[in-house]
Design a protein around this ligand. Structure first.
Ligand code: ZN
Ligand code: ZN
Length: 287
């Protein structure tokens, strides 16, 4: 059984529509795929409608959080999308995205980069605008060769010259809100040092104590020693470990199912969740 628990569609900063994404997941032989757009669940209905037999969808989102000045991402699975407190928090984060993108564009203009809001808005389409869209604009303009090259201290990494803070949730609050909405939390790419500063490992134990369910270990931004260290930490504090592609369509180089999650871990996630159930494709088996 092949399980990929972290993907993005055009509902946030991926390049595949939710329907294209689930068709792609089926085509590459996945049995389970989670749709985890940034701070939004609005791709879920389209993804569910496009599910084919044999593929199961796990509904989720990737929540923008910040701890002691360090940005981090919290994957949330199988929560009730209508639960008001978590919904309000997602909206608060999302509403901040446009003013923030415009502020980053102004900083880039100040650095002599002729990027415009119109250009970034065109790239974002109807997705919720974020740094990857601005990074794509920098690639279009020939400022950097790839999107990843824009996520450095020269440009858009946390604390970089053109970086602007946004409203982000305290991860302890995120864990509490997701639990209250019946969901499960997995700290996304906790050791992705090239994206900027990472949360100190001591904090993982505190997050685990606060009810964090797991950490993402097998991820393209983790090298082999980082994965081994994270696996050891997870074992020490009783956290589940997942693997996933963090697929963004053509915006990043990874492919669906590049990394996967152990079926037993997936089973544990579904057992803990009470806010929503995995959705099997029409006529398909319930994974
Ligand atoms: Zn992320
Ligand atoms: Zn992601």
């Amino acid at each position: 059984m092949r399980i990929d628990l972290h993907t993005h569609s055009t509902a946030s900063d991926g390049t595949d529509s939710p329907a294209e994404l689930v068709r792609g997941a089926a085509a590459c032989g996945l049995d389970v795929v989670a749709l985890t757009d940034h701070d939004t669940t609005r791709g879920h209905a389209e993804a569910i409608a496009a599910l084919s037999e044999g593929l199961t969808l796990v509904t989720g989102a990737e929540l923008s959080c910040r701890l002691d000045g360090v940005g981090l991402h919290m994957l949330a699975y199988l929560f009730d999308p209508e639960e008001p407190a978590l919904l309000a928090e997602r909206e608060l984060v999302r509403d901040d995205r446009v003013p923030r993108a415009k502020a980053m564009i102004a900083r880039l203009n100040g650095l002599g980069v002729p990027v415009t809001w119109e250009q970034v808005a065109r790239i974002a389409g109807d997705g919720s605008v974020g740094r990857p869209h601005i990074a794509s604009a920098l690639v279009e303009l020939g400022v950097v060769p790839t999107v990843s090259d824009a996520f450095t201290q020269d440009w858009l990494a946390d604390g970089a010259r053109a970086y602007v803070d946004k409203h982000e949730t305290d991860p302890f609050e995120a864990i509490r809100l997701v639990k209250a909405a019946g969901g499960v939390t997995v700290f996304a790419h906790p050791g992705a040092a090239k994206r900027g500063r990472t949360v100190p490992e001591a904090s993982l134990a505190k997050l685990a104590e606060a009810g964090l369910d797991g950490i993402e270990v097998d991820h393209m931004d983790h090298d082999a020693p980082t994965r081994e260290r994270l696996r050891g930490l997870a074992a020490d504090v009783g956290l589940l470990t997942t693997g996933s592609s963090d697929y963004h369509g053509s915006r990043k180089t990874c492919v669906l199912g590049e990394y996967t999650t152990d079926p037993e871990v997936y089973g544990e996630i579904t057992r803990r969740a009470t806010g929503a159930f995995p959705v099997p494709g029409a006529g398909g088996h319930r994974a």
